[in-house]
Design a protein. Structure first.
Length: 202
């Protein structure tokens, strides 16, 4: 389990970068996160970015990552929030939500963050919250990779879905999100890039 005590307000959540370091770097430069979470299948890109920009990193292995690079699951505790991180490939796709709900219940986590499907998803089932940021990889998404931002303010945690293409075009278009109407804690906000973010054009 990872327990983070330093002040965290903005978390960049990505998954399935599959070698697309350029997109990951662009998203970092646009979002200026306090913490990066990578949910597998491309953890080496996350390690490279974390070392380059000195951004704290939490990651889990996917089915396409070298065995042992990161754990298959991790529990992340940030203030009042307890998150279960996994790629998702170890769970039966037919019973994914119930299986991960039970796992989260055992770990006393209220959030389950996963990847693997390459599809952005947000839903709440039986008191647990699921977030899948989709794939941050150009060739797997038709040129429109997606990611999520977690914004933490005291006891509140809000979620934003973003598309890299729309951020680059300064568009306000929102990603379609599954079951967002049933999730009372979600707020869609316009992303405002901080001017103090370290940027790299190389």
């Amino acid at each position: 389990m990872s327990k983070l005590c330093f002040q965290i307000k903005k978390i960049l959540v990505v998954s399935d970068t599959h070698g697309d370091f350029a997109s990951l770097k662009k998203v970092h430069n646009l979002c200026c996160p306090d913490l990066l979470i990578h949910l597998g299948d491309g953890v080496w890109e996350a390690m490279r970015l974390a070392q380059r920009y000195f951004v704290p990193l939490e990651a889990v292995n996917g089915n396409g990552d070298p065995p042992g690079a990161y754990p298959d699951e991790n529990i992340l505790e940030i203030g009042k929030h307890r998150l279960l991180l996994c790629h998702g490939h170890h769970y039966d796709s037919q019973d994914f939500y119930e299986a991960t709900r039970k796992r989260a219940q055992k770990e006393k986590a209220t959030w389950i963050l996963s990847g693997h499907t390459h599809r952005p998803d947000l839903r709440q089932v039986r008191g647990k919250n699921w977030l899948n940021p989709g794939a941050l990889c150009l060739h797997l998404t038709g040129g429109n990779p997606s990611f999520a931002l977690l914004n933490i303010k005291e006891k509140d945690l809000t979620v934003e879905f973003k598309c890299l293409r729309e951020l680059q075009n300064n568009s306000d278009t929102e990603l379609p999100v599954a079951d967002v109407g049933e999730f009372g804690g979600v707020e869609a906000k316009d992303l405002i890039a901080n001017s103090h973010c370290k940027k790299d054009t190389h």
